[in-house]
Design a protein around this ligand. Structure first.
Ligand code: HEM
Length: 463
């Protein structure tokens, strides 16, 4: 290995790989590095080893950079430790160098997408079936709702803080430069009807970034970049042909009671446990229905399908970053907490607390094992981990005033196609959403007689 490779500053990715190779919890190590302002110290290989070793022994890192330097000097001056340190250092650096030399990030090109021959017809069928369900639900409530993710649980103003010092492959599109953007976030549940929060269905986090600079994926004249995320990493019916087979089910859903849905969920969880015990993969329907009913703010949310990431291709996700939302991961919703349990939890939390989420990009490094056209395939983290590219900061606030609910539910629309060209949605599922979202939004706005608005300023969100 050339000496310059060893002495060159490491990227955040290399540091993470070295931490993993050193047997540490990569996320925990990187998080405490950032918290304590030690990122710069982790870049020179010679100080990285000291940090790795300190973390291995103490389970954390020195409180300040000055203390870290002092510890590092003490360690380096200790004659007896040096040979072992150097062997460890070499191993960690070799792993980091291997990562640098062998990882190649797939470059975006239009022919990564391969439309189905009858795709337009399949999309037409899906949109028509959704329209029927939408009409039924509107008749029931005498009010137009979203055809999916109808029920909101919280609507928040916040900031997206693009991280400084991202390596070139992560500094792309909206994330090309360190910057802070205002955002509106809407938490929701997947059904296109107002179900009890006791029904354990998939949950959503939609984030609308306002003032995103750059050419648009569609000529819409907006400046918003929406990221629509769900608390599951894959879409079991991962292309439009499979998805179209679901439509019968979706059309029937408005006629099912909450109790029927709750029972279906409970049965699916029993089936999932039994299959997992015998090591069998879960059929897609079981996987979708078997969700646990946990606190929505502790969930990790995923784009499920791929999108362009400037020169590359990614799936995006949002994961709890601040300790207060991490602590909520896996905490069950109380069965007695009522139909609006999630809304109440979100209001209570943000009445006194702020929260932070890591906004992460998982770059595609292998078009066969990380396909763009099949959203049912989990992209393996060992091929490409999720990397934090920005922090979503949500300050304490009134998360669900009546004015906010009305604005978010009735006026706003979120869509993956409210996008920069640099974040063009990819694959047949994403292409189908180009027709589905405006159809649902137009129906809702038309039924309710409300003008849609796409915000250009976060102040448009009522307090
Ligand atoms: C990659 C998989 C998908 C994800 C992650 C996803 C996520 C979401 C989320 C989070 C929302 C709520 C947005 C809000 O808060 O306003 C939403 C709404 C919606 N989704 Fe999806 N979705 C996916 C696939 C699909 C597909 C395949 C279709 C249909 C072809 C679809 C149709 C809709 C519709 C119609 C709405 C309501 C739009 C409106 O009225 O404003 N989604 N989706």
């Amino acid at each position: 290995m050339a000496p310059t490779m060893i002495l060159a500053p490491l990227s955040d990715d290399d540091v993470a790989v070295a931490a993993g190779d050193y047997g540490l919890d990569t996320d925990a190590f990187c998080a405490v590095l950032r918290e304590r302002g030690l990122t710069q110290l982790s870049k020179p290989p010679v100080t990285l080893l000291q940090l790795l070793e300190y973390h291995r022994v103490n389970g954390t890192l020195p409180a300040t950079a000055a203390e870290a330097c002092q510890q590092a000097l003490l360690l380096l001056c200790s004659e007896t430790r040096r040979p072992a340190d150097i062997r460890d250092l070499e191993a960690a650096l070799k792993a980091a160098a291997r990562h640098v030399l062998t990882t190649s990030y797939v470059r975006y090109r239009p022919d990564l997408e391969q439309p189905f021959p009858n795709e337009d017809e399949l999309v037409r069928q899906v949109v028509a079936a959704m329209g029927k369900a939408n009409q039924q639900v509107a008749d029931k409530h005498r009010h137009g709702l979203r055809d999916a993710h109808a029920k909101s649980h919280g609507v928040l103003a916040g900031e997206l803080r693009v991280q400084p010092d991202l390596p070139a492959h992560l500094a792309q599109g909206l994330f090309a430069e360190p910057a802070t953007y205002p955002v509106i976030v809407r938490f929701s549940s997947a059904p296109g009807d107002l179900r009890s929060d006791q029904v354990p269905v998939q949950r959503g986090l939609a984030m609308k970034v306002i003032g995103a600079p750059g050419p648009r994926a569609l000529d819409d004249g907006f400046t918003t970049q929406d990221f629509l995320l769900v608390n599951h990493p894959t879409l079991p019916f991962g292309n439009i042909a499979e998805y179209a087979k679901l439509q019968d089910l979706l059309e029937k859903q408005p006629r099912q009671s909450d109790q029927q849905l709750q029972l279906t969920g409970a049965a699916a969880r029993v089936a999932a446990k039994a299959l997992t015990r015998v090591g069998r993969p879960l059929p897609p329907a079981v996987e979708t229905l078997a969700a646990a009913n946990d606190h929505i703010l502790g969930e990790t949310f995923h784009s499920m399908a791929a999108l362009r990431y400037g020169d590359h291709v990614v799936k995006m996700s949002a994961a709890p970053r601040s300790a207060n939302v991490k602590a909520l991961t896996g905490s069950h919703v109380d069965r007695k907490a009522g139909e609006s349990a999630l809304r109440d939890l979100v209001i209570d939390f943000f009445a006194h607390n702020s929260a932070e989420y890591d906004i992460r990009a998982q770059l595609c490094t292998d078009v066969d094992r990380m396909p763009v056209e099949d959203a049912s395939v989990l992209w393996p983290e060992e091929l490409s981990p999720h990397r934090t590219v920005a922090v979503l900061h949500l300050p304490a606030q009134d998360a669900y005033s009546d004015a906010r609910r009305r604005y978010a539910d009735d006026v706003l629309s979120f869509s993956p196609w409210h996008a920069l060209e640099a974040h063009r949605p990819l694959g047949s599922i994403m292409r189908s959403r180009r027709a589905a979202y405006p159809a649902s939004s137009d129906f809702r706005h038309g039924f309710n007689g409300i003008e849609p608005q796409e915000p250009s300023d976060v102040k448009e969100l009522p307090a």
